[in-house]
Design a protein around this ligand. Structure first.
Ligand code: ZN
Length: 198
């Protein structure tokens, strides 16, 4: 391993933490002092995307940005059903049955989506980071909390931005309470609905 700044191989480990799914190490370059973080993960699950040109590429998640079109012709219809032009995605980005599969840019805001995609990106990152800590697909957990696919392809930009900000805040709590949520204890579910991110 080399320092990302000066390419020296003279590196010190400052701190090591076991995160269950990975080992996190804080490292420092002995030459230039640059500090950076590395993660070690067991390479158990290798999934591949078979590209149209025949290449096979490993992936651990797919983020499909489709501009502002509503359909997903490149995905089999049983993965993401489309009803009345609306992809059946929880919170607009998560298929209910699949982990590590996210969509973005489906919302059809009333006046321009640029800033919305930026705002939504933080929520998407929070969800991508949360998923490896969760047993079930996030979409399934949110479904259990009462979240469903959108009813319209139109989105209120301000509401989307508020929901995105709340989603970032709520994701750790949803991760922490996943087991209780999925046991479908009605009192827990009712309590969690007070905190619904979307
Ligand atoms: Zn260096």
């Amino acid at each position: 391993m080399r320092c990302p700044t000066c390419k020296s191989e003279d590196l010190r480990v400052l701190e090591t933490r076991d995160l269950d799914e990975a080992i996190r190490r804080r490292r420092e370059c002995a030459v230039c002092g640059r500090r950076f973080t590395t993660f070690e993960r067991i390479d158990v699950l290798r999934l591949y995307v078979l590209k149209r040109d025949g290449r096979r590429e490993p992936y651990d998640l797919v983020v499909a940005a489709t501009g502002y079109h509503l359909r997903v012709p490149f995905v089999p219809s049983d993965v993401v059903p489309v009803i009345d032009e609306i992809p059946q995605l929880i919170a607009g980005v998560l298929p209910e049955r699949y982990k590590n599969f996210y969509f973005t840019s489906f919302g059809q805001p009333r006046y321009g989506a640029g800033p919305l995609i930026t705002a939504g990106a933080k929520a998407l990152v929070a969800m991508i980071r949360a998923q490896p800590q969760m047993e079930h697909p996030i979409g399934a957990v949110l479904r259990r909390l009462g979240e469903g696919p959108p009813l319209t392809a139109l989105a209120d930009p301000f509401q989307m931005m508020r929901r995105s900000a709340r989603a970032v805040k709520m994701m750790p709590r949803i991760v922490a309470r996943e087991a209780a949520i999925m046991r479908a204890n009605s009192s827990v579910t009712a309590t969690m609905q007070l905190f619904r991110p979307w």
